[in-house]
Design a protein around this ligand. Structure first.
Ligand code: GDP
Length: 431
């Protein structure tokens, strides 16, 4: 069976922690989209780790971790991450890199950087990891698959063709030096040796595992709001962040996905640009940002301060629905313990109309949040694992969010560590 762990919001919901936790009872963990442009923070017995490309199952020696065909594979970053694990005392994980994954090339990073600079004040807030140019090339059929790195003739031919196209942009649009196909070839020959031991037919491996009754976790990156189809386009990422994309990005037949865990924080946070209706500012935001996550709300990849706000039930209900969630996991409940009262955004007012359904991006700039105010619990609940030990206000808050989302909350998290989690009996059934 397949369980997907995906984000209901803008990313950074705490999927890494939850995947790491579920991995205890899984056989295979797969990354199926995105690249090294976002991170998962995991705190376990080995310490604190930020993973960007590796699946969050790498801490268990029995798990096979897969980089699916849908991932943007930055080979040098992958290898650096493997080294970071070894340096941290973790044993070398079992890893398969799909031979159909595409390779994120050095020129993708350059293009991303040059384009963000060219756009200056109108930039997308990209992490400059090359993700948008990478996926553009994949769809334009000028990408390079991992297996093609191992065929000298194919690789040379691909690079010649790509350099012709890219150099028109490099020289005439960005006024930079042109790419040299020979230098690129030499670099990629070095890179292919770094991943040679891991490359394999990942989809075949997964199909066999499923037939044998193994448990497979799909680990999403970012969340619904960053999905290029259903998110806040164009301030989105460039690969689909929905659980359904696991079928494509990992080659999983749809009928195998039984469980979809949508992860959401007890408040909102977002990295990058785009409208964020329940965003808060000033001292109120600084306080929440400082207390959020495990070390404040700062990006795991970029260190950028994350934008923060109150829980947005409009965006999250939509986020959960689009993911097809069968259950919700609410993280970071402990963070809110300092507040006298807690606001939850339960509607948007758009040009005089009250809206409960998340609208298209164009309308978001006119949306004003409508808040319901709930009592705070004014106590430190970090690390509590027994629901009965929680203050009643905290339980009321969880019940309220569950009602708003319409999907059972089966788990909530009271701290960043692996076992700081509460299994809850939902008050509603899945509709
Ligand atoms: P991901 O990309 O969805 O895996 O999320 P990130 O790891 O980027 O961001 C989530 C942040 O919240 C990290 O700093 C986690 O360590 C932290 N975190 C996860 N769950 C909890 C929790 O229940 N409480 C607190 N305080 N922090 C948490």
């Amino acid at each position: 069976m397949v369980k997907a762990i995906v984000g209901a919001n803008w990313g950074d919901e705490g999927k890494g922690k939850i995947t790491d936790m579920f991995a205890e009872q899984a056989d295979v963990v797969i990354r199926f989209q995105g690249g090294a442009n976002a991170g998962h923070t995991i705190i376990n017995d080995y310490g604190r780790f930020a993973l960007h490309t590796l699946p969050s199952g790498v801490f268990y020696p029995n798990i096979t971790n897969i980089i699916g065909n849908g991932v943007a594979l930055d080979i040098r970053k992958l290898v650096a991450e493997l080294q970071m694990l070894l340096d941290g005392g973790v044993s070398a994980p079992k890893l398969i890199v799909s031979d159909r994954a595409h390779v994120l090339m050095p020129y993708h990073v350059l293009l991303d950087t040059y384009e963000e600079d060219r756009l200056a004040g109108k930039a997308y807030g990209s992490t400059k990891s090359g993700i948008a140019p990478f996926y553009a090339d994949k769809v334009s059929k000028i990408g390079i698959q991992v297996n093609e790195l191992f065929d000298d003739d194919v690789l040379r031919e691909r690079l010649e063709k790509v350099c012709q196209l890219k150099n028109a942009l490099f020289v005439h649009l960005y006024h930079k030096d042109p790419l040299d196909p020979q230098a690129l070839y030499d670099e990629m020959v070095q890179q292919r040796e770094l991943i040679r031991p891991y490359v394999g037919d990942a989809a075949r491996f997964v199909h066999t595992a499923l037939r044998e009754g193994k448990t497979v976790l799909l680990e999403g990156q970012l969340g619904t709001m960053k999905d290029p189809d259903f998110g806040i386009y164009p301030m989105t990422t460039s690969s689909n962040t929905l659980a359904g994309y696991g079928c494509i990005g990992a080659g999983i037949p749809p009928r195998y996905i039984e469980d979809i865990v949508a992860v959401t924080k007890a408040y909102s946070s977002s990295v990058g640009g785009g409208d964020f209706v329940s965003e808060i500012f000033g001292e109120e935001a600084d306080e929440l940002r400082k207390r959020g996550g495990d070390k404040g709300e700062f990006g795991a990849t970029t260190g950028r301060p994350r934008r923060v706000g109150w829980f947005d039930a409009v965006a999250t209900r939509y986020g959960v629905e689009m993911q097809g969630a069968t259950e919700v996991c609410l993280t970071c409940l402990d963070v809110l313990g300092y507040l006298d009262e807690i606001k939850v955004c339960t509607g948007y007012e758009i040009n005089g109309r009250i809206v409960k359904d998340f609208p298209v991006t164009r309308l978001l700039k006119d949306a004003r949040p409508i808040y319901t105010v709930l009592p705070g619990w004014k106590s430190d609940i970090r690390g509590i694992t027994d629901e009965e030990k929680l203050p009643k206000e905290a339980l009321i808050y969880v019940d309220f969010i569950e009602q708003e989302l319409g999907v059972p909350i089966k788990l909530f998290s009271t701290g960043p560590k692996r076992h700081e989690i509460i299994h809850r009996t939902p008050k509603i059934a899945l509709q």
